[in-house]
Design a binder for this molecule. Sequence first.
Ligand SMILES: O=P(O)(O)OC[C@@H](O)[C@@H](O)c1c[nH]c2ccccc12
Length: 291
Amino acid sequence: MWGPFEFRVQNEGNTPRNILEEIVWNKDVEVAKMRERKPLSSLKKSLENAPPTRDFLGALREANRRTGFPGLIAEVKKASPSRGILREDFDPVEIAKAYEKGGAACLSVLTDEKYFKGSFENLEAIRNAGVKCPLLCKEFVVEAWQIFYARVKGADAILLIAAVLPDLDIKYMTKICKMLGLTALVEVHDEREMDRVLAIEGVELIGINNRNLETFEVDISNTKRLLEGERGQLIRQKDIIVVGESGLFTPDDIAYVQEAGVKAVLVGESIVKQSDPGKGISGLFGKDISL
Ligand SMILES: O=P(O)(O)OC[C@@H](O)[C@@H](O)c1c[nH]c2ccccc12
């Protein structure tokens, strides 16, 4: 069990079997074009004067200590393939500021344009607007170039999806993240992926996605299942922070995943849809968690 070997290579006549495969095929083409415009050597130059990254893990731990709730990673999310447009009047900087004011520990910014209507401009704008929360670049990473690019655009952390990347890539990319001062959030969806990731040294932050990216089905008991028994024990031993991701809408949902063992949550839809996304956070936790 080394990786997602069932992923096929795109070739003529093939159609993608599911949305994740489609996204990854497109991403390959997109990244190849972007890399031509900005090769790795020029990214590395831009990094010479880049400001230091902020401590993503530390911010989650601190929020968990301060509030007694899982630290919140609030997602700046305009749309998704499963839900369509979530918010019409979408001002990423305004939403980011509202999240920060509402008590978010960190922010997640979607940068995929084609399927999530996000952008690297949004990430940059939020970073340049004086928002202090560390920022997660929410991307479909298929090659290391994207990690350098995210760092140049102001990310403090980046998502690595186990359903997309073989073990060796996760290992190698985790090292690149460390070298660049970025936190890697390694995302899993099932037991097999969790076991793969737990065997990779150096992983400090694991996200359990309650949404199956191939079928869009959401089930928050997924978080609980993956933290039961020996897996949960190993995670505590290794002092890994687990993030419960997707499908969290109510204080009961938060309590449920916290009980299962998460120290952080990643939430988009339920808060981004509120007219005041900051107040949306109080609704989600059933309490004002701002300072
Ligand atoms: O909007 P939700 O259900 O609160 O979910 C947020 C986040 O977990 C979800 O956007 C997400 C989790 N993993 C991903 C990977 C790619 C794109 C999106 C995601």
